[in-house]
Design a binder for this molecule. Structure first.
Ligand code: CIR
Length: 253
């Protein structure tokens, strides 16, 4: 069960965030409203939500998942793969030290974005992407080993991050889009394949037996409810414009 989450409210500079979505520029005021609703959804799942300071110099800093990983035993500050995002990690180590005493780091030339890391119990699947390189992945695997955990890598093709098209919602259930849904690594899971027109919603989050999903994707909502989970919908339209999904907006632990 999770008890806490960390988020970072969007900066006004959000409108200049990195994007390949071709959906136009996000509306800052609407992004703020949606962020508040996202925090409310986490609170509804029983989490206490702490906020990092807004970082005006970093348009993508709202996507806080990419700069750290938090496990029950230690945290990892990443070295984000996009040059324009590297400075987002400033101050994060001190902030995390209030919750957790062991903090590890991914160092250059290794790069790693938290969005490429999916935790399944004590095992971490690490997507190799334009943001996460082999060096960064191997650094994470040796950190995990030190703490009696394991990690493995997989290529994710042209997705931005591993979790762009994949979510583990506990009890052996994986939500996934093709081709990642068919990946042999995930053979042992109950894979719920998401139709391509709802691909964006594959990035959902399990929080204490509820699943928070992007609003407006009815097929995935029904499918997740059929697995036995209560769903909570939040509008993600402004973050979708920057290739950002639900998981990217928080660190949960
Ligand atoms: C970026 O390209 O870095 C942001 N515009 C989106 C990051 C989304 N983060 C995630 O999937 N974990």
């Amino acid at each position: 069960m999770f008890t806490k989450a960390i988020v970072r409210p969007p900066a006004k500079s959000l409108v200049n965030g990195i994007s390949s979505a071709n959906l136009g520029s996000p509306d800052y005021n609407l992004a703020i409203t949606q962020h508040k609703a996202y925090v409310a959804a986490l609170e509804k799942c029983g989490l206490t939500v702490d906020q990092l300071p807004v970082l005006e110099d970093y348009p993508d800093s709202v996507f806080v998942e990419d700069i750290a990983l938090i496990t029950p035993y230690f945290a990892v500050v990443t070295n984000p793969g996009a040059d324009e995002r590297k400075g987002e990690i400033e101050g994060i180590e001190t902030f995390l030290a209030q919750y957790i005493s062991t903090i590890e780091k991914i160092e250059a030339p290794g790069t790693l974005d938290g969005g490429d890391v999916m935790m399944v119990g004590d095992h971490f699947f690490i997507g190799l992407s334009e943001r996460t390189n082999l060096n960064g992945a191997f650094q994470l695997i040796s950190i995990l080993k030190k703490h009696m955990m394991t990690g493995s890598t997989l290529n994710i093709g042209d997705m931005l991050h591993l979790k762009t098209g994949l979510a583990y919602v506990e009890q052996g259930n994986l939500i996934a889009v093709n081709p990642i849904a068919q990946h042999p690594t995930f053979e042992e899971f109950n894979v719920l394949e998401i139709p391509i027109e709802e691909a964006y919603a594959a990035n959902c989050i399990w929080v204490n037996d509820k699943v928070i999903i992007a609003a407006g994707y009815p097929k995935i909502k029904i499918a997740i409810e059929q697995l036995g989970y209560e769903t909570i919908e939040v509008d993600m339209s402004e973050y979708k414009k920057l290739d950002g999904g639900l998981s990217c907006l928080s660190l949960r632990f």
